[in-house]
Ligand binder design. Structure first.
Ligand code: PRP
Ligand code: URA
Length: 249
């Protein structure tokens, strides 16, 4: 019956998450949780390369100022982008080296769009563009209502051909998941079918919310933290990402 199905789904999800947590503590690069083919769930990719973890620890430190915080966020976005684009398909291209003709491999037609959730997502855009300079950039503006913690949308501008692109939605913080869930819904309303979500720090509650609302979306994340506090901030987290990036504390 329905209640039993919900309970089973919850158990399955908790199993997934405990697997994630175990791997979170390992030093494995780019851990991926694979799901069974029949029951397609989103994959949670914990991108915990030592350089990423090290840079993130500096960002978490309350003494780190905006200039360093911004720079580190872009560096991590670039390193994570490397992992996120790992499976881009290649195609054969005929070229000539100074020595001879050859069939070389190049990234095939798949075009990218980077879509930050404003404001904090902006801090990850340049890092990704340094990897893929021809990517187009859309923007989704959202802020969390301080009382309800629910996202309020105030802006949306996407590339005209966004539905033909691989869309990388970026936001450093996945807390309750409300912002990411709504932004993903928005992208789908615009016809996007090939979307990945990239964040820096996630709370288990946010991962669960995104996976339940958008089981087709893969999540790339540098750290899975412990829980949310009473103000829906991630613990231990790094505080308010937007304020730390833009110095509006
Ligand atoms: C932060 C963050 C996310 C959102 C995450 O934005 O950048 O967008 O909160 O929280 P959620 O998962 O509970 O929705 P904020 O509302 O502080 O806006 P800002 O980026 O403009 O500071
Ligand atoms: N938004 C942030 O910037 N930080 C959090 O911890 C939660 C939401």
């Amino acid at each position: 019956d329905f209640e039993q199905a919900v309970e089973n789904a919850d158990e399955e999800w908790n199993l997934q998450l405990s697997k994630v947590e175990v791997m979170h503590r390992s030093d494995t690069l780019g851990v991926t949780i694979h799901d069974s083919d029949e029951d397609k769930m989103s994959e949670f990719h914990l991108v915990n390369h030592p350089l990423i973890t090290h840079k993130l620890s500096i960002m978490r430190n309350r003494k780190t100022g905006s200039k360093d915080f911004r720079q580190l966020l872009n560096e991590i976005a670039m390193l994570m982008g490397y992992e996120l684009t790992r499976d881009l398909p290649l195609e054969d291209v005929q070229i000539e080296t100074p020595i001879t003709k050859m069939t070389a491999k190049m990234v095939s037609g798949k075009k990218l769009a980077v879509v930050p959730i404003l404001r904090a997502g902006l801090g990850m855009v340049d890092g990704l563009l340094s990897l893929v300079p021809v990517a187009k950039v859309g923007h989704i503006g959202m802020y969390r209502d301080p009382e309800t913690h629910k996202p309020v949308e105030y802006y949306c501008k996407l590339p005209a051909d966004v539905q033909e692109r691989l869309v990388v939605l970026v936001d450093p913080m996945l807390a309750t998941g409300g912002s990411a869930v709504d932004a993903l819904t928005k992208l789908k309303e615009h016809g996007c079918r090939n979307i990945r979500f990239m964040c820096l720090v996630a709370a288990p509650e946010g991962v669960k919310a995104v996976q339940e609302a958008h089981p087709d979306i893969d999540i790339f994340c540098a750290a899975l933290d412990d829980h949310l506090n009473e103000n829906a901030y991630i613990v231990p987290g790094l505080g308010d990402a937007g304020d730390r990036i833009f110095g509006t504390l």
